[in-house]
Design a protein around this ligand. Structure first.
Ligand code: ASP
Length: 327
């Protein structure tokens, strides 16, 4: 088990005790229009539970899905125990924490940052790229300069724990990248539908631990790590970003749903596309997808056993085990 996975387990356990179900009164706020389940929010991994809790408060008080997904994933970004996102994220092989994030609203507006350093909330920078610039994506030093220009403070994101884990990796692996296996991923991707039936999504990560300096994964790539289309639904991804980019994962899922697949069928088809090109039995990397549609249905599917997700709907916020391909 990697150090990263161990950290995640500990923090997830801690939050699971704090966040169980939703208070009873909230269920009165559930708006069921015909058979449409809304609001709904779904996010990746165990840390999604705490992120959903924040998103859910916004959604049930009539807030926008866009605000819910931004504020939701900010919980993971600020949590030093979540070692794959934001503050406390495990660094690249040179010891730098570099961050990728993207966000998309119900109108198809989107913003993204990649290879961003020393900023606590890349998702909020991505949102401001969307709202305040004529662009969609800013990277590296330019993204950082923009973040400072719009008021973000520079912070050191490398915690003592992450630094120790990196030093240990350096000693044991002698600067050789470790095998990217199913235990090396834990991005937070979140998609939600609000009471109005509007859909948005967000995705934020520190990417793969010990990656090459400058490596950018799927998470900030609109259509790969996350995609939202208010006519259809939304999807997000976690796992080996290179494989997700290759099939334009999140966009593929949304298009499959547009053509009649359920969120579950669409997530399964996307995983099968990867499995067709790669020997996922011999090379046990992980990719996990989540999706929702306009009816408030959801889907989850991954390659290897072990992907968990958090779903808040009908007043209950819970962790579920995703079904998987390699059996
Ligand atoms: N998808 C992310 C990336 O490739 C990693 C993860 O999900 O943890 O950067």
């Amino acid at each position: 088990m990697t150090t990263r996975r161990k950290f995640i387990k500990q923090s997830a356990l801690a939050s699971a005790f704090v966040i169980t179900g939703m208070p009873k009164a909230r269920s009165e706020e559930m708006s069921m229009t015909g058979s449409i389940k809304k609001p709904i929010v779904i996010s990746t991994w165990e840390h999604g539970l705490a992120a959903n809790e924040t998103a859910w408060k916004i959604l049930t008080s009539g807030g926008k899905a866009l605000d819910a997904v931004e504020k939701g994933v900010m919980v993971s970004e600020a949590d030093p125990n979540v070692t794959s996102v934001g503050y406390g994220g495990l660094p690249d092989r040179d010891g730098n924490v570099t961050l990728d994030a993207c966000i998309m609203d119900e109108k198809g507006n989107c913003g993204s940052v990649a290879f961003l350093q020393n900023i606590m909330h890349p998702i909020s920078v991505a949102r401001l790229v969307m709202e305040k610039t004529p662009h969609i994506m800013l990277v590296g030093e330019g993204a950082q300069r923009f973040a400072k220009m719009v008021g973000f403070q520079e912070v050191n994101l490398l915690t003592g724990e992450s630094k120790r884990a990196w030093e240990m990796w350096l000693k044991e692996n002698k600067y050789e990248p470790i095998k990217i296996d199913k235990d090396n991923h834990d991005t937070i991707g979140m998609v939600a539908m609000d009471k109005n039936g509007d859909i948005s999504g967000a995705c934020t990560t520190s990417g793969l631990a010990w990656k090459y300096h400058g490596r950018v994964g799927d998470s900030p790539i609109i259509g790969a790590g996350m995609y939202a289309d208010n006519e259809v639904g939304a999807a997000c991804a976690t796992g080996k970003g290179e494989e997700v980019i290759r099939i334009c994962g999140a966009h593929l899922i949304v298009e499959l749903m547009r053509n009649g697949k359920s969120p579950q069928q669409a997530c399964e088809e996307a995983v099968k596309r990867i499995a067709k090109k790669r020997d996922v039995y011999k090379d046990p990397f992980q990719v996990g997808f989540l999706a929702i549609n306009k009816k408030g249905e959801h889907g989850a599917y991954c390659i290897q056993k072990g992907f968990k997700y958090a779903l808040a709907v009908d007043g209950v916020n819970k962790i579920y085990d995703s079904d998987f391909y390699v059996k």
